[in-house]
Write a protein that binds this ligand. Structure first.
Ligand SMILES: C[S@@+](CC[C@H](N)C(=O)[O-])C[C@H]1O[C@@H](n2cnc3c(N)ncnc32)[C@H](O)[C@@H]1O
Length: 437
């Protein structure tokens, strides 16, 4: 005796036409849902991609974006541990990822290897114009000699894309480098309005607004997130130095800050009427001369300007010597006295507190007097540009500092108290980066 299987109809089989109709209807429904979801996602997107006349494509805000808002979260299309060659990973890319990467900005050659890039620069591995690429592909073990010859063109394209678009970031796996579909479209600015932060997930980053952004405004990040010096962020450097470091990306920065003739990182206290809070800034392009005071209009004669610039150069020489000393310094012999002495020299030279030399020395002094290991503090600032609030104040430091260093220390103390008094100031104090204040 044959029993019907439970759930199975014992009646005549359904007509194939009915199945086709059901599957057809389901397919149409899924398509419509997909389209609706895509539309919703687009509506929720806070940015759009536009073409610019001088810096390729750019992302601009579609809506008003509030400070602290997460503008986008994205997983890298391709990521590898920092310093590792991306060539083997390229051998495993699917066609969709390849197409996506091929659509990103692609320069004609690789950036020249620079000391600050460390070892294993891509241009060292394969030559600036890909001369040694086929050899590197075969050495990776993923390509035969014949296949390397065939795939050369697209791997060479992807490597240039990689070199121009890769970003370094920390994740649970350690420091990684990766390229992204949207994040890699963000241009650089020396007054960025976004900061990239790791979400903690491997290969994932989020872009957070560091200020309120109006619709139509370009969204920008700061490319060299690593410090140029221990505890001095790239954004505090003088224009000429920023320009030098940006050569790594092979472009001349056309952000608004770089277009302004006065260099805010090289300013002197106004020597005009007593107590004038104004500054005289170096004009970056015009043969090292100073612009008149923005507050009282006081202007120096050329000979006096030369004198001030000579004093600045002497202070800078002292700082260069300190840098060499710091490179070999151990955590337990932090040269605090040397730092305070140099701060005094900066004060005597009339440098304003925003000038990069005193700014850097003040940061060092704060860490040096807190008893924190220099290495830990420098790393904290390099990765996040924020520092845990330091226990001591600049005021306390001023008591034991040479008299010449006191004016700058006391001014820094007032600034710090003002920062701490702001609503929302937390125990994590953004001491060194005031651009997003
Ligand atoms: C990661 S891509 C950014 C997106 C790129 N604009 C595009 O069209 O896809 C980096 C390149 O954009 C250009 N770029 C980015 N920021 C710039 C800036 N501030 N000034 C000039 N060019 C810039 C440079 O050509 C740089 O190599």
């Amino acid at each position: 005796m044959v029993f019907p299987t439970p759930g199975r109809s014992s009646g005549p089989p359904a007509a194939p036409a009915a199945y086709v109709a059901i599957f057809g209807a389901l397919f149409v429904l899924i398509l419509a849902l997909g389209r609706q979801l895509a539309r919703l996602r687009l509506a929720a997107k806070k940015y759009e991609t536009v073409d610019t006349s001088d810096r390729g494509k750019a992302l601009v805000a579609r809506v008003r974006i509030e400070k602290g808002c997460v503008v986008l979260v994205e997983r890298a299309v391709l990521s590898v541990p920092a310093g590792a060659s991306p060539i083997p990973a390229m051998g495993f890319l699917g066609w969709r990822a390849r197409r996506l990467l091929e659509s990103l900005y692609c320069p004609a050659s690789l950036a020249v290897s620079r000391v600050e890039d460390g070892e294993n620069a891509l241009s060292d591995e394969i030559g600036q114009h890909g001369e040694k690429l086929q050899q590197a592909m075969v050495q990776s073990g993923l390509w035969s000699v014949q296949q390397a010859e065939k795939d050369f063109a697209w791997v060479w394209t992807l490597l240039r894309v990689w070199d121009a678009n890769k970003l370094s970031f920390a994740s649970r796996k350690g420091v990684e480098q990766g390229i992204f579909h949207s994040i890699s479209r963000l241009n650089h600015s020396c007054e960025p309005n976004l900061r990239l932060l790791p979400t903690g997930e491997p290969g994932e980053l989020m872009a957070v607004a560091t200020m309120g952004i109006e619709p139509g405004k370009e969204l920008c990040i700061c490319y060299p997130e690593h410090n140029a010096l221990p505890m001095l962020h790239f954004l505090h450097l003088p224009t000429s130095w920023r320009r030098h470091l940006l050569q790594r990306w092979q472009f001349h920065c056309c952000c608004t800050r770089c277009q302004v003739p006065e260099d805010a990182a090289r300013c002197f206290q106004c020597p005009g009427r007593a107590g004038c809070p104004g500054k005289l800034c170096v004009r970056a392009a015009a043969a090292e001369l100073l612009a008149p005071c923005g507050v009282c209009g006081f202007a120096l004669a050329e000979a006096e300007m030369q004198q001030l610039l000579a004093k600045e150069a002497t202070a800078e020489q002292g700082v260069n010597d300190l840098m060499s000393q710091l490179k070999s310094a151990k955590d337990d012999n932090f040269p605090l006295e040397g730092v305070l002495h140099l701060l005094g020299k900066c004060s005597e030279a009339g440098l304003s507190i925003e000038h990069w030399l005193p700014f850097w020395l003040l940061s060092l002094a704060a860490v040096g007097s807190s008893g924190r290991p220099l290495r830990v503090a420098a790393h904290g600032v390099a990765r996040s540009t924020t520092m845990p609030a330091l226990p001591g104040t600049f005021g306390a430091l001023a008591e034991k500092a040479p008299a010449s260093a006191r004016p700058l220390l006391l001014a820094a103390d007032r600034d710090r108290q003002r920062l701490l008094a702001r609503p929302g100031a937390s125990t994590r104090l953004c001491l060194y980066l005031t651009f997003d204040a």
